[in-house]
Design a protein around this ligand. Structure first.
Ligand SMILES: Cc1ncc(C[n+]2csc(CCOP(=O)(O)OP(=O)(O)O)c2C)c(N)n1
Ligand SMILES: [Mg+2]
Length: 564
């Protein structure tokens, strides 16, 4: 086996990935991965994004896959490099994102004999991948070339076919790792630009489930990958006058039926008790809101969950029917018999709470909830709002108002980690080409965690607008019982760090602005999203005050819901 064999096989492999439709790949440097990196880079159809840190590379690929809606490859060298992809692989598994992970490895004769940078990479990501395959080291015979072509297609289609997810191919590579002569032609590909294997996952037929729902129906829409289906769902709910409790991650918080403030509404025990539906339709993942989860868990009514991926989100075991199809397969064109008073009551309450939010936040100056609410209101429809875990995603769910043409909201909520978020936002920017800015809303601990992700700004020439909520620590923990454990809370839970992010911005060649007022924030955001520099817009907040403000809003919402 020669370098020519290695490169012939890998060129055919990359050729097939590109024929299937793969447009982006992420690389990280190393020696053993040289043949994979060079083969990806030399394929003109694949845009390769170079990274220093594999953890960043993985999360960048994830963000790119999220934006593109198609598989993105990521490759790295052997050893701990491969282990550094694990967080992104786990997130991709839970978020059902198509990643094609290509790790380089030593050939069998160099394993477990003290060769450098060699660890056991077989099934290193465990059950967090849809498919693992150890790619044999081989001569580039026509049969081997045909095989590797089918392998690439299989990896691609496995990653994308429902439910999507990561696949892992481990490539043992023998030295020499670079070519010493030009590569001969290879005519084993199909004629034209066709992939070696095309794939049809089959379209499921419309399910049948007895009589259509009627009366007091609610729809609960959670995170979804299909923005067009979300818009249709919003239209369906509006047409039928069904309250649509839509997480911003669903893409359905729009139209006349959207109930944006269900989190605050359902905190009111009287409201929750008085608004018991006869039928619950759930779509997508379960929203984060605790009051909503508790309310759903306590209902005695029929709950039906639609999910084309067959995802099983039901921690309280109350869903009685699951339909592995989009909601429209069953309900799309129907006109349902619904209850108008029921709809009006939800809408009236939602409006009342919206008023309470606006008033209370208006009295408080620039705050974390106001930043979340304002971004939802200001950003243009073509923007993507990438929201970090912790309070940012909760504030977006709780405070962003319904808007017909709001930005697309995404988040790494597969495993709810605070890691890799900066890299994912840059990946989304990379996959966006010309269609709209990416704005990242992130806390200080999450930014510190993936500070290296900022390198993508200068190295890869990508611009993201980063709105940083800096409360010097994990503000979320003040909302939890651990907030009372004063002996260890600050140092070991809240973890204040005192970082000056202006210096980080300087190190990574980003612009840094501090916004102290709503107007200053708006003008900084506007300037940044229309410019071509990555800007960190810092809003300084206080964790205790943030807790108090959230409580004031909840009280104001309760008061607004009182009759008379
Ligand atoms: C990788 C990872 N480590 C730890 C956690 C636990 N965790 C959840 S929120 C949080 C603090 C986040 O702080 P920050 O980003 O500043 O947001 P804030 O809570 O202030 O809104 C931590 C450490 C996590 N979710 N993921
Ligand atoms: Mg914080």
């Amino acid at each position: 086996m020669t370098a020519t064999d290695t490169y012939l096989l890998l060129r055919a492999f990359c050729d097939e990935l590109a024929r299937c439709g793969m447009e982006q790949a992420c690389t990280a440097p190393g020696s053993r991965c040289t043949p994979i990196v060079l083969s990806l880079v030399r394929d003109q159809r694949i845009r390769c994004w170079s990274h220093i840190d594999e953890r960043c590379a993985g999360f960048f690929a994830l963000g790119a896959a999220k934006r593109a809606g198609s598989p993105v490859a990521v490759t790295c060298t052997s050893g701990t490099a491969a282990a550094n992809l694990a967080p992104a692989v786990v997130e991709a598994w839970h978020a059902r994102m198509p990643l094609i992970v290509l790790t380089a490895d030593r050939p069998p004769e160099l394993r477990e004999v003290g060769a450098g940078q060699t660890i056991d990479q077989l099934k290193i990501y465990g059950d967090a991948v849809k498919w693992f395959f150890e790619v044999g080291v081989d001569e580039a015979t026509p049969a081997a070339l045909r095989f590797i072509r089918t392998l690439a297609c299989r990896a691609y289609w496995t990653a994308i076919a429902g439910p999507p997810g990561p696949v892992h191919l481990n490539f043992p590579l023998r030295e020499p790792l670079v070519l010493d002569r030009p590569l001969p032609d290879d005519d084993t590909g199909r004629a034209g630009a066709r992939p070696y294997v095309t794939f049809d996952s089959g379209t499921p037929g419309a399910p049948t489930v007895g009589a259509p729902p009627s009366g007091r129906i609610v729809i609960v829409a959670g995170s979804d990958r299909d923005p067009e289906a979300a818009r249709e769902l919003a239209r369906f709910a509006a047409r039928n006058r069904i309250p649509l409790l839509a997480d911003p991650l669903s893409g359905a918080r729009r139209g006349d039926a959207a109930i944006a403030h269900y989190d605050l509404l359902l905190r009111d025990p009287e409201f929750a008790a008085a608004h018991q539906p006869q039928f619950v339709i759930r779509t997508g993942d379960l929203p984060t809101s605790k009051p909503m989860r508790a309310w759903l868990a306590g209902l005695e009514t029929a709950q039906i969950a639609f999910d084309p991926d067959g995802v099983w989100h039901d921690p309280d075991a109350v869903v009685g029917m699951r339909i592995r199809a989009p909601y429209r397969a069953l309900l799309g064109e129907q006109k349902l018999e619904t209850d108008d008073d029921w709809f009006a009551s939800w809408k009236g309450a939602d409006d009342a709470v919206a008023g309470a939010i606006t008033r209370t936040l208006g009295e408080a100056g620039l705050s974390e909830p106001l930043v979340a609410r304002s971004l939802g209101e200001w950003l243009p429809p073509e923007a993507m709002l990438y929201v970090a875990s912790s309070m940012p995603i909760r504030d977006v769910e709780e405070f962003v108002a319904a808007r017909e043409d709001g930005p697309r909201v995404v988040s790494n909520r597969g495993a709810n980690g605070i890691d890799g978020t900066v890299s994912s936002a840059f990946g989304a920017r990379a996959a966006a080409r010309s269609d709209g800015p990416v704005v990242l809303l992130i806390g200080d601990v999450a930014l510190a965690h993936d500070i290296g992700g900022l390198l993508a700004a200068s190295r890869l020439g990508l611009a993201v607008t980063i709105v940083l909520l800096n409360n010097d620590g994990g503000g979320i923990f003040h909302f939890l019982p651990v907030g009372g454990e004063t002996d260890a809370f600050e140092e070991h839970v809240a973890t204040p760090h005192g970082l000056d992010f202006g210096r980080a911005a300087a190190l990574y060649g980003c612009t840094f602005v501090r916004a102290k007022t709503v107007d200053a924030l708006r003008s900084a955001v506007d300037t940044s999203i229309t410019g071509d520099a990555t800007t960190i817009i810092e809003v300084r907040t206080d964790r205790e005050e943030n807790l108090a403000l959230h409580r004031r809003v909840a009280e104001a919402a309760l008061t607004a819901l009182q009759p008379g």
